[in-house]
Write a protein that binds this ligand. Structure first.
Ligand code: UDP
Length: 236
């Protein structure tokens, strides 16, 4: 289905993992995007970004925004949100022992800390490298290629990470699957705390972020207001 011109695949986590399983064996390269409200707002004015989102092999709603919008606009209802963090854990649970993974992005040391947290939970996980997200493209490509990873998690924030994947995937021939995972490494490493489960269930994680990361409030608030306006305009 399309919400505000952006493709959203209506799959639950189990169905998504089945798709991913086929991506890892069919010999082609794939990428996954995880849009939430701010993505859809950005995609209205950034045509390149919209095109990249719509060409993704899988587009899963990482936020209450697209889920509610699908209900309000009254098309098919999205089954529910799949966050980048949940998808990462599910990936390691199902494929981590068989397929090698590289963690690229976030501030110096954060991807490494996230890798250590993952290794505690999944000791057989094949994490073959980490790199912070503040290096130049040539360096990143060389390091990732030398690691021989098959799965690449890219945490550069949107829309940078999706553009990075789109423009560089071909230069990373061993990568079968790349996923834009936003701030996930900050959370997995424990540097930033996630909202309590009850707040997540209520769909109010954005409100939690608003209070916890005040430097982000302008971005969050803007996307909530603009997104709501766009959805209501589409409905009426
Ligand atoms: N980041 C990065 N390189 C950059 C810009 C950002 O590695 O050039 C990282 C940043 O350190 C953070 C993540 O990208 O870990 C962005 O997180 P945010 O939650 O803002 O992502 P969004 O949810 O906006 O996609």
């Amino acid at each position: 289905m399309y919400i505000l011109g952006v493709k959203i695949d209506n799959l639950d986590i189990k169905e998504s993992l089945q798709k991913i399983s086929s991506f890892l064996i069919n010999g082609r390269q794939h990428y996954i995007v995880l849009p939430y409200a701010a993505f859809l707002v950005q995609a209205q004015k950034d045509e390149e970004f919209r095109k990249i989102l719509n060409q993704a092999d899988l587009s899963l709603p990482d936020g209450i925004g697209p889920v509610l919008a699908s209900r309000i606009i009254g098309q098919e209802m999205v089954k529910g949100r799949i966050t980048g963090i949940d998808l990462i854990w599910a990936l390691f649970d199902k494929f981590g022992a068989a397929h090698s993974v590289f963690l690229f992005g976030a501030k110096e040391g954060v991807a490494q800390e996230a890798a250590e947290k993952i290794a505690v939970k999944y000791p057989t996980a094949k994490i073959v490298g980490t790199l912070n997200g503040y290096v130049n493209d040539t360096e990143a490509i060389t390091v990732i290629n030398n690691s021989d990873a098959e799965i690449l998690l890219v945490a550069l924030g949107m829309p940078k990470q999706e553009k990075w994947i789109y423009n560089n995937l071909k230069k990373l021939p061993a990568i079968k699957l790349a996923i834009g995972v936003g701030g996930s490494f900050d959370f997995i490493s424990g540097r930033v705390r996630r909202a309590p489960k009850i707040v997540q269930k209520m769909g109010l994680e954005w409100l939690w972020r608003l209070f916890r990361q005040p430097n982000q409030w302008r971005k969050t608030w803007r996307s909530v207001i603009v997104f709501s306006r766009l959805v209501l305009k589409e409905k009426f």
